[in-house]
Design a protein around this ligand. Structure first.
Ligand code: ZN
Length: 144
């Protein structure tokens, strides 16, 4: 049985969910993909798709894929492995962050300790302002 995303809290300006400990991500099955949690629907995102993926030890994704218009950031949370983009292969470990252009043909392979990673998908070239330019300080007072 597949695990479920748990809703934690929300209002008109946020939604929080819990997907469980990273070690249990492999138990999710979403969109027929085992070990993958897609969060766009659960969070209601409008400019990005975030997924959490888990590959058990010594597992290779059974496909290569590219995108039509979205770039992806792969952020390794736990474990190790290798990534191939086009003809290049390189090592991944906890803390590795990789950006792949839409047309890059990519796949992953986990090492002996498995691989847990985030994949953030956004439209290439869509970010016009960020951090210092886009952030505005508000007058909200803390309630914790
Ligand atoms: Zn992708």
């Amino acid at each position: 049985m597949s695990k479920e995303i748990q809703n934690i809290a929300q209002n008109e300006n946020f939604k929080a969910v819990y997907v469980g400990p990273w070690a249990e991500i492999a138990q999710f099955v979403t969109e027929d993909v085992k070990g993958k949690v897609f969060l766009k629907e659960a969070l209601g995102t409008s400019g990005s798709e975030l997924s959490v993926g888990a590959l058990p030890a010594h597992t290779t994704l059974p496909f290569f894929h590219a995108h039509k218009q979205n770039e992806e950031l792969y952020i390794v949370l736990h474990g190790s492995g290798k990534m191939q983009v086009d003809e290049d292969v390189f090592e991944l470990r906890e803390g590795s962050v990789v950006r792949v252009s839409p047309k890059g043909s990519r796949s992953l392979r986990s090492g002996a300790d498995g691989l847990v990673y985030l994949c953030l998908q956004t439209k290439e070239g869509s970010l016009e302002e960020w951090t210092g330019k886009d952030a505005v300080f508000t007058q909200t007072s803390a309630k914790w």
